[in-house]
Design a protein around this ligand. Structure first.
Ligand code: FAD
Length: 375
């Protein structure tokens, strides 16, 4: 009998896993808490790296559609100081997919959903508990009283994973406050702001504050403000509070906040300890943010998709021995993630430090080539 694989969470990791397994003839059910695919706006852009996110899409057979939706020009970025002076302006090679092209999160999720059979995702199924069954596998309980059984459970249920508690009690700790606003139809309504942001990303770096803005493919702009994590994070629900926090900044920059469609939405950004791992337990594992949570340098989605590709490859190599596949996946994943999580922690600390501007400019400035050794 085919093993029944349940994937908790239909985000980028869970859907990539379902898609690649489907290509190998292994069907799964993705249990997703949202009511349907359009229940929630999916957020801004992601840059997909060749060795992780793009590799996973290649394994999923979706490179062509990715290229038709992605925006290589979105790689352009500008770094400014609070007075509006340009510190860095990076322009990518026109039309090149060799770097890290950007794609709207919503477009990427749609691309994955469209590649799956209609009944592959069970919507409105928020996992609340997974109970080990005496013969192996898990009984799953969902909000609202639904239940299901599975032989293998993959926790792809994001930062606040329910499945994670079956494997580790690693705590989450706050590292920053991120506040978000959206400016719809910016090209038409706010051409000056569209010009300021350019086709990609803008970062304005102050002391323990970063104002960022990202151009979306629908002509809108997504604005973010990163601040230190503190117990007042919930107070940034008004534009006034944010503007007070950026006192003295060039009004041309803070206009990005004034132009926001609605009130700002603050949230706490959390991490798991670097080096988090767990002892193997039969019939269950984690991918993506459920397994490793490491803002802020654009690795989370990329690594979630690579987790999915590697786990799918391990299952496909021997579908009769899922536990061997899980063991092989987990060892390789822990080894891969550890240095990335260390780098993310360093960058996170750098971003909100008093010397962030100099440090980030150094980070983005290519070093001159080493002189060739003289024989
Ligand atoms: C502001 C911001 C910007 C970011 N920018 C980037 C970037 O540029 N590049 C990058 O690589 N990463 C970025 N990340 C990180 C990235 O978003 C995550 O690492 C990535 O989405 C992880 O994918 P995932 O599938 O593991 O989890 P998610 O994308 O969070 O998906 C989890 C899914 O599980 C569902 N779910 C949750 N709980 C349950 C439950 N109990 N039962 C059923 N379903 C459940 C959710 O509804 C969701 O659909 C960013 C994160 C933030 C917050």
């Amino acid at each position: 009998m085919m093993m029944r694989i349940a994937i908790a969470g239909g985000g980028l990791g869970g859907l990539t896993l379902a898609r690649i397994l489907h290509r190998h003839g292994i069907d799964t059910v993705v249990y997703e808490r949202e009511a349907d695919r359009s229940a929630r706006a999916q957020g801004g852009m992601l840059d997909l790296h060749p060795e992780s996110g793009q590799q996973a899409l290649a394994d999923a057979g979706l490179t062509a559609r990715f290229r038709s939706e992605a925006r290589p020009e979105g790689e352009e970025h500008r770094i400014l100081d609070p007075a509006g002076r340009v510190l860095v302006h990076h322009r990518p090679q026109p039309g090149s997919f060799s770097g890290r092209p950007e794609i709207d999160r919503g477009a990427l999720r749609d691309l994955l959903l469209d590649s799956l059979p209609r009944d592959a995702v069970a919507w409105q199924r928020r996992l609340v508990a997974a109970t080990p069954r005496p013969g192996g596998g898990f009984g799953l309980t969902f909000d609202g009283g639904h239940s299901a059984d599975c032989d293998v459970l993959i926790g792809a249920d994001g930062a606040r994973s329910v499945a994670r508690s079956l494997l580790t009690d690693a705590p989450l700790s706050p590292v920053a406050t991120a506040v978000e606003l959206s400016i719809s139809d910016a090209e038409r309504r706010h051409p000056d702001l569209a010009e300021l942001v350019g086709p990609g990303n803008l970062w304005c770096i102050g002391v323990r504050r970063i104002l960022s803005a990202q151009r979306l493919s629908d002509g809108g702009i997504r604005v973010g403000i990163s601040l230190p994590a503190d117990d007042r994070w919930d107070s940034y629900r008004s534009k006034r509070a944010l503007l007070d926090g950026l006192d003295g900044w060039d009004p041309a920059l803070t206009a990005l906040i004034e132009a926001g469609d609605g009130p700002p939405i603050p949230r706490l950004i959390e991490v798991m300890p670097t080096g988090t791992r767990w002892d193997h337990r039969p019939g269950i594992t984690l991918i993506g943010d459920a397994a490793h949570l490491m803002p802020p340098v654009g690795e989370g989605a990329n690594q979630a998709m690579l987790d999915a590709a590697e786990l799918a490859a391990a299952f496909a190599a021997d579908p009769t021995d899922p536990d061997q596949a899980i063991r092989a996946y987990e060892e390789a994943m822990f080894t891969r993630i550890h240095p990335i999580a260390e780098m993310c922690a360093r960058v996170q600390a750098m971003m909100l430090s008093p010397t962030a501007a100099q440090d980030i400019v150094r980070f983005f400035t290519p070093r001159p080539a080493e002189p060739a050794p003289v024989d």
